[in-house]
Design a protein around this ligand. Sequence first.
Ligand SMILES: [Zn+2]
Length: 163
Amino acid sequence: MEENTPSAVQETELNESLCVNCQVNPFEAGHPINLCASCRTSLINYPIPKWIKIFAICLGVVIVVSIIRTQFYISAAIDLGKSEKAIENKEYLTAKRELAKVLKKFPNDLKANAEMIIASAYSFDRVAAGTAFDKIVDKQIDDDDLYNCLLYTSDAADEPRHV
Ligand SMILES: [Zn+2]
């Protein structure tokens, strides 16, 4: 026995002469969707949910912050690159100037401080060398080249200079 109750098959008949939304008022002619005036107004003014607005604002903030942070890191990396090049060329004052910019952003950065010690030692700036040394004195240096260079610098600094 097949069960074919009318209620299961029943679908709401769409009265095409009425508004497709409310099916109460006659629709306004001249629009692609047949809506009555009050439905059209309420659908146009349909408010954007608050959580979507908040989400959009948060997303915007995250994007702006990440752009700023990225530029912050990139500019520090560029300055660090310039200082390394300057140390290679024995331009220690230039190196110190570039390193000062990096350390302003990342005061405790190991590499920047280590290079600051080197650049300061070679430009006989004991104060700057000491400041940088204090920041990294208890840190582990994994970069062998940097460590050896630092060791060499401190040995050279300790040796009595013959004037
Ligand atoms: Zn309507």
